[in-house]
Design a protein around this ligand. Structure first.
Ligand SMILES: *Cc1c(COP(=O)(O)O)cnc(C)c1O
Length: 390
């Protein structure tokens, strides 16, 4: 039996995998210790669980356990990376390069430090959503201390040329930070092969719990040093004070282990579902896929529905299908997606877009239902538009 609504918004968040919940459970009740308690077994057990999760998380991105610092999620990791580098490397320079299609956690952090004397270059993207490497290299100055470019975009799933960016950063002796929140656990990410110095990830984007994430900090060639943003007990090598969220961290570790084991087959399965959905919408005509269809996560499809308004189209089926539109409600007005605008889309086309993101528990039956429902809604809306025009 099909259960409604069908959830196709996995880039916003994912359900916790029941195996993750099961792993977390004991750490709320019996094994509730503070991982910093050194004087009894409650503390030792908690610490052991945290260290196991550190290993599981590190393994997923090809890092060493010591290079993983637990945080409350990717927003915190993004803040920590950018503000931490800006403050710690102030004597070297104040220039940071990023991209206009970054997540708000990166863009707003950059805006914040601009007021404190940082100089930020915001690179644009082409119609595919990709940066230009020549432009990136040309933007580098003697005072550049950081390149902050996301691994994969949350709205479109577009994957940037990370390995090439990493090589450029290395060549110029600049740190490279990537917000890999959408990529980790979905595609193979390797901090060494990709030349990444810092990386942000978040458990709830790959079937782990909300409110738990990590930042990867390279310890060798180069050794990254960040100015901490929270003062306190000096947890996590002094980079992130605060009593560790042991159950959350255990959940992150378990989610990482599951992703490691299942990512490859899962990506294959859900990319077939995504393609089926996408092809059905393309057959409707006057629809288009936003961004590169090659350099893209396997489970995401961002579609513009031509003359139709995405928000109102979505509202006509939101009781049955949960998705996101390419507009963001900002208090009173409806702003078209800045990501799609950066691709060169008109306000109208950006407004007409909807993001579909498939996940681990999405079934073929759900995809068939989504195709039927959205197709019907598009037909109805087009009929309405035609009647108004006649
Ligand atoms: C979801 C997301 C974030 C924010 O992550 P939280 O853990 O929810 O703070 C940051 N960057 C990207 C690319 C995201 O998709």
């Amino acid at each position: 039996m099909l259960k409604l609504p069908v959830y196709l918004d996995h880039n916003a968040t994912t359900p916790c995998d029941p195996r993750v919940v099961e792993a977390m459970m004991p750490y709320f009740t019996q094994q509730f210790g503070n991982a910093s308690s050194r004087t009894h077994s409650f503390g030792w057990q908690a610490e052991e669980a945290v260290e196991q999760a550190r290993e599981q998380t590190a393994k997923l991105i090809g890092a060493e356990p010591k290079e993983i610092i637990f945080t409350s999620g990717a927003t915190e990791s993004d803040n920590l990376a950018i503000k931490g580098v800006f403050e710690n490397y102030a004597s070297k320079g104040n220039h940071i390069i990023t991209v206009v299609t970054e997540h708000k956690a990166v863009l707003d952090t950059c805006k914040h430090i601009e007021k404190k004397g940082a100089e930020i270059t915001y690179l644009g993207v082409n119609a595919d959503g990709l940066i230009n490497l020549t432009e990136l290299e040309a933007a580098i100055k003697p005072k550049t201390v950081l390149i902050a470019i996301m691994y994969a975009n949350n709205e479109t799933g577009i994957i940037q040329p990370i390995k090439e960016i990493g090589a450029l950063a290395k060549k110029h002796g600049i740190l490279f930070f990537t917000d890999a929140t959408q990529a980790v656990g979905k595609i193979h990410v390797d901090v060494n092969k990709d030349g990444i110095d810092m990386l942000a990830l978040s458990a709830h984007k790959f079937y782990g719990p909300k409110g738990t994430g990590a930042i990867y900090l390279r310890r060798k060639n180069p050794r990254v040093k960040l100015a901490a943003q929270l003062d306190g007990g000096g947890h996590e090598r002094g980079v992130r004070s605060g009593t560790l969220n042991v159950p959350g961290i255990v959940g992150l570790g378990k989610a990482a282990e599951l992703a490691m084991e299942e990512m490859k087959n899962e990506a294959k399965r859900i990319s077939i579902l995504r393609d089926k959905l996408e092809e059905a919408f393309l057959r409707l005509g006057r629809t288009m896929v936003n961004g590169s269809r090659i350099n893209r996560l396997p489970h995401v499809s961002n579609i513009s529905f031509g003359e139709l308004e995405g928000q109102s189209l979505m509202m006509s089926f939101h009781k049955d299908i949960a998705v996101s539109s390419g507009s963001a409600c900002t208090s009173a007005s409806m702003e078209p997606s800045y990501v799609l605008k950066a691709h060169g889309l008109s306000d109208e086309l950006a407004h007409s877009s909807i993001r579909f993101s498939v996940g681990r528990f999405t079934t073929n039956e759900e995809i068939d239902y989504a195709i039927q429902t959205v197709t019907k809604a598009v037909m109805n809306k087009r009929e309405l538009v035609r009647n108004i025009l006649e």
